[in-house]
Design a protein around this ligand. Structure first.
Ligand code: FPP
Length: 244
Protein backbone atom coordinates (compact mmCIF):
# COMPACT_ATOMS: atom_id res chain seq x y z
CA UNK A 1 0.00 0.00 0.00
CA UNK A 2 2.91 2.37 0.81
CA UNK A 3 4.08 2.03 -2.79
CA UNK A 4 0.62 2.88 -4.18
CA UNK A 5 0.19 5.89 -1.90
CA UNK A 6 3.62 7.13 -2.96
CA UNK A 7 2.59 6.91 -6.64
CA UNK A 8 -0.69 8.74 -5.99
CA UNK A 9 1.29 11.53 -4.35
CA UNK A 10 4.16 11.65 -6.87
CA UNK A 11 1.81 11.65 -9.87
CA UNK A 12 -0.44 14.15 -8.13
CA UNK A 13 -3.48 11.97 -8.80
CA UNK A 14 -6.94 13.09 -7.80
CA UNK A 15 -8.69 10.15 -6.15
CA UNK A 16 -12.38 9.85 -7.15
CA UNK A 17 -14.72 10.30 -4.21
CA UNK A 18 -17.25 7.68 -5.32
CA UNK A 19 -16.37 4.59 -7.36
CA UNK A 20 -19.05 2.24 -8.71
CA UNK A 21 -18.00 -1.27 -9.76
CA UNK A 22 -19.50 -3.97 -11.97
CA UNK A 23 -17.64 -7.05 -10.74
CA UNK A 24 -17.79 -9.16 -13.88
CA UNK A 25 -15.92 -12.31 -14.91
CA UNK A 26 -16.26 -14.59 -11.88
CA UNK A 27 -17.74 -17.39 -13.99
CA UNK A 28 -14.98 -17.24 -16.62
CA UNK A 29 -12.31 -17.09 -13.92
CA UNK A 30 -13.65 -20.36 -12.47
CA UNK A 31 -14.09 -21.98 -15.89
CA UNK A 32 -10.43 -21.34 -16.72
CA UNK A 33 -9.63 -23.44 -13.65
CA UNK A 34 -12.18 -26.17 -14.45
CA UNK A 35 -14.09 -25.19 -11.34
CA UNK A 36 -17.85 -24.55 -10.91
CA UNK A 37 -19.02 -20.96 -11.45
CA UNK A 38 -19.88 -20.56 -7.78
CA UNK A 39 -16.21 -21.00 -6.92
CA UNK A 40 -15.58 -17.84 -8.96
CA UNK A 41 -18.11 -15.95 -6.84
CA UNK A 42 -16.42 -17.12 -3.64
CA UNK A 43 -13.13 -15.81 -4.96
CA UNK A 44 -14.88 -12.64 -6.14
CA UNK A 45 -16.23 -11.96 -2.67
CA UNK A 46 -12.67 -12.11 -1.31
CA UNK A 47 -11.65 -9.55 -3.93
CA UNK A 48 -14.49 -7.26 -2.80
CA UNK A 49 -13.22 -7.33 0.77
CA UNK A 50 -9.66 -6.57 -0.31
CA UNK A 51 -10.61 -3.81 -2.76
CA UNK A 52 -12.85 -1.94 -0.33
CA UNK A 53 -10.03 -1.93 2.21
CA UNK A 54 -7.44 -0.85 -0.38
CA UNK A 55 -9.78 1.67 -1.98
CA UNK A 56 -10.52 3.32 1.34
CA UNK A 57 -6.80 3.48 2.18
CA UNK A 58 -6.23 5.15 -1.19
CA UNK A 59 -8.75 7.84 -0.27
CA UNK A 60 -11.98 6.68 -1.91
CA UNK A 61 -14.93 7.64 0.29
CA UNK A 62 -17.80 5.75 -1.38
CA UNK A 63 -17.76 2.36 -3.13
CA UNK A 64 -20.90 0.88 -4.69
CA UNK A 65 -20.83 -2.67 -6.07
CA UNK A 66 -23.25 -4.67 -8.22
CA UNK A 67 -23.62 -7.98 -6.36
CA UNK A 68 -26.90 -9.32 -7.76
CA UNK A 69 -29.10 -7.92 -10.51
CA UNK A 70 -32.83 -8.35 -11.06
CA UNK A 71 -31.80 -10.43 -14.11
CA UNK A 72 -29.49 -12.76 -12.15
CA UNK A 73 -32.49 -14.85 -10.96
CA UNK A 74 -32.41 -16.47 -14.43
CA UNK A 75 -29.20 -18.31 -13.57
CA UNK A 76 -29.26 -21.92 -12.37
CA UNK A 77 -30.81 -22.63 -8.99
CA UNK A 78 -27.43 -23.85 -7.80
CA UNK A 79 -25.65 -20.61 -8.75
CA UNK A 80 -28.41 -18.32 -7.38
CA UNK A 81 -28.40 -20.32 -4.13
CA UNK A 82 -24.61 -20.03 -3.85
CA UNK A 83 -24.69 -16.26 -4.46
CA UNK A 84 -27.42 -15.71 -1.87
CA UNK A 85 -25.55 -17.81 0.67
CA UNK A 86 -22.36 -15.85 -0.03
CA UNK A 87 -24.18 -12.53 0.39
CA UNK A 88 -25.85 -13.65 3.59
CA UNK A 89 -22.51 -14.78 5.06
CA UNK A 90 -20.92 -11.52 4.00
CA UNK A 91 -23.66 -9.53 5.77
CA UNK A 92 -23.23 -11.63 8.93
CA UNK A 93 -19.42 -11.16 8.91
CA UNK A 94 -19.93 -7.45 8.36
CA UNK A 95 -22.24 -7.21 11.39
CA UNK A 96 -19.61 -8.98 13.49
CA UNK A 97 -16.82 -6.70 12.31
CA UNK A 98 -18.85 -3.49 12.25
CA UNK A 99 -17.41 -2.00 15.45
CA UNK A 100 -13.87 -2.67 14.25
CA UNK A 101 -13.95 -1.41 10.67
CA UNK A 102 -16.14 1.71 11.05
CA UNK A 103 -17.75 1.10 7.64
CA UNK A 104 -21.24 2.39 6.86
CA UNK A 105 -23.05 -0.28 4.80
CA UNK A 106 -26.22 0.16 2.81
CA UNK A 107 -28.06 -2.10 0.39
CA UNK A 108 -29.88 -0.83 -2.70
CA UNK A 109 -32.32 -2.80 -4.82
CA UNK A 110 -35.77 -4.26 -4.34
CA UNK A 111 -35.71 -5.87 -0.90
CA UNK A 112 -39.25 -7.19 -1.33
CA UNK A 113 -37.88 -9.85 -3.70
CA UNK A 114 -35.35 -11.19 -1.17
CA UNK A 115 -35.66 -13.96 1.42
CA UNK A 116 -36.75 -12.76 4.89
CA UNK A 117 -33.51 -14.04 6.45
CA UNK A 118 -31.42 -11.82 4.14
CA UNK A 119 -33.67 -8.77 4.64
CA UNK A 120 -33.33 -9.22 8.40
CA UNK A 121 -29.52 -9.20 8.15
CA UNK A 122 -29.57 -6.19 5.81
CA UNK A 123 -31.76 -4.19 8.23
CA UNK A 124 -29.55 -5.16 11.16
CA UNK A 125 -26.35 -4.21 9.35
CA UNK A 126 -27.74 -0.89 8.07
CA UNK A 127 -28.95 0.00 11.55
CA UNK A 128 -25.69 -0.90 13.33
CA UNK A 129 -23.47 0.93 10.83
CA UNK A 130 -25.63 3.96 10.02
CA UNK A 131 -23.47 6.44 11.97
CA UNK A 132 -20.08 4.95 11.03
CA UNK A 133 -17.69 7.58 9.68
CA UNK A 134 -15.42 5.34 7.55
CA UNK A 135 -16.04 4.05 4.03
CA UNK A 136 -19.60 4.32 2.73
CA UNK A 137 -20.07 0.91 1.15
CA UNK A 138 -23.20 0.25 -0.91
CA UNK A 139 -24.17 -3.21 -2.19
CA UNK A 140 -26.71 -3.57 -4.99
CA UNK A 141 -28.75 -6.74 -4.41
CA UNK A 142 -31.79 -7.60 -6.54
CA UNK A 143 -31.04 -4.27 -8.19
CA UNK A 144 -32.06 -3.08 -11.64
CA UNK A 145 -31.78 0.57 -12.65
CA UNK A 146 -35.06 0.71 -14.54
CA UNK A 147 -36.80 -1.05 -11.67
CA UNK A 148 -35.32 1.50 -9.23
CA UNK A 149 -36.66 4.37 -11.36
CA UNK A 150 -40.05 2.66 -11.70
CA UNK A 151 -40.30 2.22 -7.92
CA UNK A 152 -39.35 5.88 -7.39
CA UNK A 153 -41.96 7.04 -9.94
CA UNK A 154 -44.63 4.94 -8.20
CA UNK A 155 -43.81 6.52 -4.83
CA UNK A 156 -43.89 10.02 -6.34
CA UNK A 157 -47.20 9.27 -8.09
CA UNK A 158 -48.72 8.28 -4.74
CA UNK A 159 -47.50 11.56 -3.19
CA UNK A 160 -49.16 13.48 -6.02
CA UNK A 161 -52.38 11.46 -5.84
CA UNK A 162 -52.57 12.10 -2.09
CA UNK A 163 -51.84 15.81 -2.73
CA UNK A 164 -48.60 15.90 -0.73
CA UNK A 165 -46.74 16.94 -3.91
CA UNK A 166 -47.67 18.94 -6.99
CA UNK A 167 -46.58 17.72 -10.46
CA UNK A 168 -44.37 20.82 -10.80
CA UNK A 169 -42.53 19.93 -7.58
CA UNK A 170 -40.87 17.05 -9.44
CA UNK A 171 -37.32 18.35 -9.95
CA UNK A 172 -34.20 16.23 -10.53
CA UNK A 173 -33.29 16.70 -6.86
CA UNK A 174 -36.69 15.40 -5.84
CA UNK A 175 -36.31 12.32 -8.06
CA UNK A 176 -32.88 11.74 -6.46
CA UNK A 177 -34.53 11.70 -3.05
CA UNK A 178 -36.88 8.90 -4.11
CA UNK A 179 -34.17 6.64 -5.57
CA UNK A 180 -32.53 3.89 -3.50
CA UNK A 181 -29.32 5.94 -3.62
CA UNK A 182 -30.90 9.02 -1.94
CA UNK A 183 -28.20 10.96 -0.13
CA UNK A 184 -25.26 9.39 -2.01
CA UNK A 185 -23.23 11.59 -4.35
CA UNK A 186 -23.22 10.41 -8.00
CA UNK A 187 -20.29 8.09 -8.83
CA UNK A 188 -17.23 9.83 -10.32
CA UNK A 189 -15.83 6.65 -11.83
CA UNK A 190 -17.39 3.37 -12.99
CA UNK A 191 -15.17 0.31 -13.30
CA UNK A 192 -16.32 -2.78 -15.21
CA UNK A 193 -14.04 -5.80 -15.30
CA UNK A 194 -13.73 -8.70 -17.76
CA UNK A 195 -13.88 -6.82 -21.04
CA UNK A 196 -17.63 -6.24 -21.39
CA UNK A 197 -18.58 -2.68 -22.30
CA UNK A 198 -22.18 -2.47 -21.17
CA UNK A 199 -24.03 -0.86 -18.29
CA UNK A 200 -26.30 -3.89 -17.68
CA UNK A 201 -29.00 -1.78 -16.01
CA UNK A 202 -26.58 -0.51 -13.32
CA UNK A 203 -27.29 2.97 -11.92
CA UNK A 204 -28.45 4.47 -15.26
CA UNK A 205 -29.71 7.70 -13.62
CA UNK A 206 -26.70 8.15 -11.32
CA UNK A 207 -24.01 7.45 -13.97
CA UNK A 208 -25.15 10.22 -16.34
CA UNK A 209 -21.86 12.19 -16.00
CA UNK A 210 -19.56 9.43 -14.74
CA UNK A 211 -16.26 8.40 -16.39
CA UNK A 212 -16.24 4.74 -17.47
CA UNK A 213 -13.18 2.51 -17.16
CA UNK A 214 -13.21 -0.95 -18.75
CA UNK A 215 -10.53 -3.56 -18.19
CA UNK A 216 -10.04 -7.15 -19.41
CA UNK A 217 -8.98 -8.27 -15.93
CA UNK A 218 -11.47 -10.77 -14.48
CA UNK A 219 -12.95 -9.62 -11.15
CA UNK A 220 -11.30 -12.29 -8.93
CA UNK A 221 -7.90 -11.15 -10.32
CA UNK A 222 -8.54 -7.42 -9.77
CA UNK A 223 -5.96 -5.83 -7.43
CA UNK A 224 -5.05 -2.45 -5.96
CA UNK A 225 -2.64 -1.99 -8.90
CA UNK A 226 -5.63 -2.33 -11.26
CA UNK A 227 -7.52 0.17 -9.13
CA UNK A 228 -4.56 2.54 -9.48
CA UNK A 229 -4.69 2.10 -13.29
CA UNK A 230 -8.38 3.07 -13.20
CA UNK A 231 -7.58 6.15 -11.13
CA UNK A 232 -4.81 7.14 -13.58
CA UNK A 233 -7.32 6.81 -16.44
CA UNK A 234 -9.80 8.94 -14.49
CA UNK A 235 -7.15 11.64 -14.11
CA UNK A 236 -6.54 11.76 -17.85
CA UNK A 237 -10.09 12.92 -18.28
CA UNK A 238 -11.47 16.40 -17.89
CA UNK A 239 -14.98 16.56 -16.52
CA UNK A 240 -17.07 19.45 -17.75
CA UNK A 241 -20.64 18.31 -16.98
CA UNK A 242 -21.74 19.49 -20.41
CA UNK A 243 -20.16 22.97 -20.10
CA UNK A 244 -17.02 24.17 -21.91
C1 FPP B 1 -20.56 -11.34 -12.53
O1 FPP B 1 -19.73 -12.39 -12.96
C2 FPP B 1 -20.70 -11.37 -11.09
C3 FPP B 1 -21.86 -11.58 -10.41
C4 FPP B 1 -23.15 -11.80 -11.10
C5 FPP B 1 -21.91 -11.63 -8.93
C6 FPP B 1 -21.01 -10.71 -8.17
C7 FPP B 1 -20.89 -11.21 -6.79
C8 FPP B 1 -19.75 -11.29 -6.07
C9 FPP B 1 -18.45 -10.78 -6.53
C10 FPP B 1 -19.73 -11.96 -4.73
C11 FPP B 1 -20.55 -11.43 -3.61
C12 FPP B 1 -20.50 -9.96 -3.37
C13 FPP B 1 -20.29 -9.37 -2.16
C14 FPP B 1 -20.57 -7.93 -1.99
C15 FPP B 1 -19.78 -10.11 -1.01
P1 FPP B 1 -20.31 -13.50 -13.93
O2 FPP B 1 -20.78 -14.62 -13.10
O3 FPP B 1 -21.32 -12.90 -14.84
O4 FPP B 1 -19.02 -13.92 -14.72
P2 FPP B 1 -18.94 -14.35 -16.25
O5 FPP B 1 -19.34 -13.14 -17.05
O6 FPP B 1 -17.52 -14.74 -16.43
O7 FPP B 1 -19.89 -15.50 -16.44
Amino acid sequence: MEEILKKIKEENLKVPKHVAIIMDGNGRWAKKRNMPRKYGHVQGSKTVEQIIEDGYNMGIEYITVYAFSTENWKRSEDEVGALMKLLQNYLIDCIERSTKNNMCVRVIGDKTGLADSIVKKINELEEITKNATGLKFTIAINYGGRDEIRRAVTKIAHEVAEKRLLPDDITEDLVNDYLDTAGLPDPDLLIRTSGEMRLSNYLPWQLAYTEFYFTDVLWPDFTKEDLLSAIRYYNGRERRFGGV
